[in-house]
Design a binder for this molecule. Structure first.
Ligand code: 26W
Length: 818
C-alpha cells in the first residue's frame, strides 16, 4: 500500500501540537486523560484520511455492500488496535518513549464501549475488523447504548452491578452524522387508501416518531487504506421539546416526552441466552432494524436510483441472531408502501437480501414476542407479518396437508406469538450455524422441518477471532518470537502460523516460548496486584475459565472439582499436585439468581482454601472482577490451560477457546462447539477431552439419575454435602442449598442436574489429573503442546470465517484501493 503513514518525528510533532491546541499544555503538565486524547486524535487523523479515500472508491466501483445488523458490537478499546492496523505501531511506541509518556498507562485511559454481553457481540466486532482487512465493503449497525453492559464489582464474594457510563467523558472515536438521521415510527393505526392508479395502499397515522441519529466509529483494515464504519444509532425525540409548554413555565412537562423516547437507546439488556419479552427491548430491536434498512435504501438510491430489482446485487443484510430480524418485514414495508412495489416482487427481493446466523440452541433464548405487543407497537409491520405467515402456511399446507402441529411449529405466528427464528429462517436466503456440531444440531433438531424442505440453505461456518487484536496486539512478545522463527507473512496470512510446527520440537524455541508465557503471566500478576490487590504466584500453572456465567457452561463443575482436590490435600498429608492458580472471569445476568450464587460459591471456596496452610500452597482460586475485552487481552496470553466445559451440544461455538489456543494455552474441554474443530486441528495429544458426547447427552435425558452418582461416589457425595454442612459458610450453612438441590433433585418439575455436572465430574477430575501430571513431569513436552496449539490456530482467524461467509453467502468484491 501507499506509504503515507507518519514516522516517529511526525508523530511526536503531531502529539505536541494536539496538546497545545486542544488543551493549551505540553507533555510535562498534561494529565493522563489529555495525553490519551491528544494521542487518540493523532491516530484518528491518520484513520480518517484513509476513510475519505475508501468511501469514494466504493461508490465509484459500484461495489456491493454488506450490512451486518447486530444488537451488540463488543468492540473493546480502539487506540492501540488502530496503531497496529496502521502498521507504524513501533514508531508510535518509540515516539511515546521519547516524549516520556508511559504507553500502557495512557491506553488504559480509553473507555471501553461495552456494547455487548459476550460471544455474539465480540464476534461481530472481530468480523468488522476482518471485513476491513480483506477490503470488503461493509457497515456494522447497532444501537448506541448510553449504558453498556454493567461493570461488575465483587463485594464480600457477591456480584454487585454498577452502571457503565462509557460516554461520560466523551468518546474520541465516534463521529455524529446528524444529516443522516432517519425517523422511526411507533404505535398509531394503519389506514388504507386508494392511490392514483386505483390500488389499495396503506399508511400509518397518528404514530409516535423517534429520530434515529447515527454516530459512526471507523474500523481500519490492517495495512490497508480500507475503512468501514460501525454505525451506532442513538434515539432522540423527533421535536426536541415542546416550546409552547416550555414558555408557559411547564419546564418538567415539556421534557417528559423526550425522556420517554430517548430511553430506547439508554441501556443494553444484560441477559445473555435468556429472553424475557420486555417491551422496551422489542422497541430497541425495531429501532435498530428500521433505521438501518432506511439508511441502506437511501444509500442505494443515491447511487443506483429506484432500480429496486438491483437491490440484491448491491445490498446484503446479515442478521446476527434474531434480534434484528424485524429488518425483514421492514424492508418489505418500505418496498411496498413507500417504493410502490407489489408483494411478490418485494418478497423476492427481500429473500435474496437477507441471511441469518443462529448463535444458540438454548430454548430459553429463542425469541418469541406476544403478537399483541407488535400489533400495538408497530401495526403496519405486524400486518406484513400476518400476510407473510398466511402465505407461508398456505404453502406448507400444500406440502404437509393436515399436519397442523408441524405447520404451527414452522409458522411465523402461532399461539398468539411471533416466532422470530421462524421469521428469519423462512425469509432468508441462507441460514448458518457457527461451528460444525452446532450446524448439525440446527439441521437435525432446531430447524429440522425447514432443513428437510430445503437442505441447500443450511450451512455451518465456524466462528473465528481477529488474530490482529488477539495475538499481534495483546501478545507482542509471542508475535515477535513468531516473526523471528518464520518471518512476518503470518500477519497477513494467519494460516502460515503452521510454519511453526517444526519449532515445537526445537528446544531453544521452546525455551523462548516459555519465557514469553512467563512474562505474560507476570504482566497479569501485576494487573491483579494493581486493580484487585491480590498477589498471585507467577510460578504456578494458570488455569483459566473466562466467559459469561451460565449453568450450561459449568463453572460449577470447575469449582466443585477444586473442592475435590482440596479435600484430597486436607485428608492426605502426602498428597501433592503441581501448584495451580485457578482464575475465573464471569459476569452473571443481574436477574439470574443461580448464576450469582455460583459466583459467591467460587469466592467461598477460594476463602476456604486460603485458610488451609497446605492447600493454599497448591491451590489458589481468584476471581477476576469485571471480565471485559481489555481484561481478556491480558488474560488470554497468560493462560496455560483453557477451560471449555459446556455440556456437549449446548455451546454453539465458543470463541474464547480460540483466543486461548492462539496464545498457546492447552484446552481441557468437552466435544462441544468449536472445541471439536480445535481437536481436529491439534490432534488428541495436544488437547484434553473429557465427558459425554452430544449424542450421549441426548440419549441420557430420560434415564440419567444424578442421585446414583451421589450414592456411588463418596468423593462427590462429600463435596455435595459440603455445600450444606457449613464447611463453606459456617454462619449460614444453607447458603448454597439451592445448588445442592438443583444437582440432586431438580427444581419445579425439571430434571435433576440438567447439565450433567455430576455425570461428567469423574471424567473431568481424572482428566485434570492427567493434565497436571503431564505439566509437571515433562515441561518440554508441555511446551510442545502449547506451541502446536498456536501453530494450528490460523484457521480460527476471522479472516478465514469472513472469506467463507463471502464465498457462500455475500459475494462481495474486495475494493481496489491505492
Ligand atoms: C434474547 C436474549 C439473548 C441474548 C443473547 C439470546 C441470545 C443471545 C446470544 C445469541 C448469546 C450468545 O452470545 N451466543 C454465543 O454466540 C457466540 C458467537 O457465535 C458463540 O461462540 C457462543 O457459543 C454462543 O453462546
Amino acid at each position: 500500500m501507499a506509504d503515507n503513514r507518519m514516522n516517529k518525528e511526525q508523530i511526536k510533532a503531531a502529539i505536541v501540537a494536539k496538546l497545545q491546541r486542544q488543551f493549551g499544555c505540553d507533555t510535562t503538565d498534561a494529565t493522563d486523560d489529555q495525553l490519551y486524547q491528544a494521542l487518540a486524535m493523532t491516530v484518528r487523523d491518520e484513520v480518517m484520511e484513509r476513510r475519505a479515500a475508501s468511501r469514494g472508491e466504493r461508490k465509484r466501483q459500484r461495489a456491493k455492500k454488506l450490512y451486518y445488523l447486530s444488537a451488540e458490537f463488543l468492540v473493546g478499546r480502539t487506540l492501540h488496535n488502530n496503531m497496529v492496523s496502521l502498521v507504524n505501531e513501533k514508531e508510535y511506541i518509540q515516539a511515546l518513549d521519547e516524549l516520556g509518556i508511559d504507553k500502557s498507562r495512557i491506553f488504559e485511559r480509553e473507555p471501553e464501549p461495552g456494547l455487548g454481553n459476550g460471544g455474539l457481540g465480540r464476534l461481530a466486532a472481530c468480523f468488522l475488523d476482518s471485513l476491513s482487512s480483506l477490503k470488503l465493503p461493509a457497515m456494522g449497525c447497532t444501537i448506541r447504548y448510553e449504558l453498556g453492559l454493567f461493570r461488575q464489582h465483587i463485594s464480600d464474594g457477591y456480584q454487585v452491578e454498577l452502571p457503565d457510563n462509557w460516554l461520560e467523558n466523551g468518546y474520541v472515536w465516534e463521529i455524529c452524522r446528524a444529516n443522516e438521521a432517519v425517523e422511526v415510527r411507533f404505535n398509531g393505526y394503519v389506514q388504507d387508501y386508494t392511490d392514483e392508479s386505483g390500488e389499495t395502499k396503506y399508511r400509518l397515522c397518528d404514530y409516535n416518531a423517534v429520530q434515529a441519529v447515527p454516530y459512526d466509529i471507523p474500523v481500519l483494515g490492517y495495512d490497508s487504506n480500507m475503512v468501514n464504519m460501525l454505525r451506532t444509532w442513538s434515539a432522540r425525540a423527533a421535536k426536541p421539546i415542546d416550546m409552547k409548554e416550555f414558555n408557559r413555565g411547564q419546564y418538567i412537562e415539556a421534557t417528559e416526552g423526550k425522556e420517554l423516547v430517548e430511553i430506547i437507546s439508554k441501556v443494553l439488556y444484560p441477559e445473555d441466552n435468556h429472553e424475557k419479552g420486555k417491551e422496551l427491548r422489542l422497541k430497541q430491536q425495531y429501532f435498530l432494524s428500521s433505521a438501518s434498512v432506511q439508511y441502506a435504501l437511501n444509500d442505494f438510491e443515491k447511487v443506483y436510483g429506484p432500480n429496486w430489482s438491483m437491490l440484491p446485487d448491491k445490498v446484503m443484510f446479515q442478521v446476527n441472531d434474531t434480534h434484528p430480524g424485524l429488518a425483514i418485514p421492514e424492508l418489505m414495508r418500505i418496498l411496498i408502501d413507500e417504493k410502490g412495489l407489489g408483494w411478490e416482487e418485494a418478497e423476492a427481493i427481500t429473500r435474496r437480501c437477507f441471511a441469518y446466523t443462529n448463535h444458540t440452541v438454548m430454548q430459553e433464548a429463542l425469541e418469541r414476542w406476544p403478537e399483541q405487543m407488535l400489533r400495538i407497537l408497530m401495526p403496519r409491520v405486524y400486518m406484513i407479518l400476518e400476510e407473510m405467515n398466511r402465505r407461508l402456511c398456505a404453502r406448507l399446507w400444500e406440502i404437509y396437508p393436515g399436519q397442523w402441529d408441524r405447520i404451527a411449529h414452522m409458522a411465523i405466528l402461532a399461539y398468539n406469538q411471533v416466532h422470530m427464528a421462524n421469521l428469519c429462517v423462512s425469509m432468508s436466503s441462507m441460514v448458518n450455524g457457527v461451528s460444525q456440531i452446532h450446524a448439525d444440531i440446527l439441521r437435525r433438531t432446531t430447524f429440522r422441518d425447514y432443513y428437510q424442505l430445503d437442505p441447500g440453505r443450511f450451512l455451518g461456518i465456524t466462528n473465528g477471532i481477529t488474530h490482529r487484536r488477539w495475538l499481534m496486539m495483546s501478545n507482542p512478545g509471542l508475535s515477535d518470537l513468531i516473526d523471528e522463527a518464520i518471518g512476518e507473512a503470518w500477519r497477513k496470512e494467519p494460516d502460515r502460523l503452521k510454519e511453526l510446527m517444526p519449532f515445537a520440537d526445537d528446544a531453544a524455541f521452546r525455551e523462548k516460548f516459555d519465557k514469553v508465557k512467563q512474562a505474560n503471566k507476570a504482566r497479569l500478576c501485576a494487573r491483579f496486584e494493581r486493580i484487585q490487590h491480590v498477589t498471585i504466584d507467577p510460578n504456578t500453572l494458570f488455569d483459566v475459565q473466562a466467559k459469561r456465567l451460565h449453568e450450561y457452561k459449568r463453572q460449577l463443575m470447575n469449582i466443585l472439582a477444586v473442592l475435590v482436590q482440596y479435600n484430597r490435600i486436607v485428608d492426605n498429608p502426602n498428597y501433592t499436585i503441581p501448584p495451580r492458580t485457578i482464575i475465573f472471569g464471569a459476569k452473571a445476568s443481574p436477574g439470574y439468581y443461580r448464576a450469582k450464587l455460583i459466583i459467591k460459591l467460587i469466592n467461598s471456596v477460594a476463602a476456604l482454601i486460603e485458610k488451609h496452610p497446605r492447600a493454599r500452597q497448591m491451590l489458589h482460586v481468584v476471581f477476576l472482577e469485571n471480565y471485559c475485552v481489555s481484561a481478556a487481552e491480558m488474560l488470554m496470553p497468560a493462560a496455560d490451560i483453557s477451560e471449555q466445559l459446556s455440556t456437549a451440544g449446548k455451546e454453539a461455538s465458543g470463541t474464547g477457546n480460540m483466543k486461548f489456543m492462539m496464545n498457546g494455552a492447552v484446552t481441557i474441554g468437552t466435544m462441544d462447539g468449536a472445541n471439536v474443530e480445535i481437536y481436529d486441528a491439534v490432534g488428541p495429544d495436544n488437547i484434553y477431552i473429557f465427558g459425554l458426547s452430544a449424542d450421549e447427552v441426548e440419549a441420557s435425558y430420560g434415564t440419567y439419575r444424578s442421585s446414583e452418582i451421589y450414592e456411588t461416589s463418596p468423593e462427590l457425595r462429600r463435596v455435595l454435602e459440603q455445600l450444606i454442612d457449613g464447611t463453606l459458610e459456617p454462619e449460614n450453612p444453607r447458603m448454597f442449598q439451592e445448588l445442592y438441590h438443583a444437582l440432586l433433585f431438580g427444581d419445579g418439575g425439571g430434571m435433576a442436574d440438567p447439565y450433567f455436572v455430576l455425570k461428567d465430574m469423574h471424567s473431568y477430575v481424572h482428566t485434570q489429573h492427567l493434565l497436571s501430571h503431564d505439566y509437571e513431569k515433562n515441561h518440554g513436552l508441555w511446551l510442545r503442546k502449547a506451541i502446536i496449539n498456536t501453530a494450528q490456530s490460523g484457521i480460527f482467524s476471522s479472516d478465514r470465517t469472513i472469506k467463507e461467509y463471502n464465498d457462500k453467502i455475500w459475494h462481495l468484491k474486495p475494493l481496489i484501493l491505492k
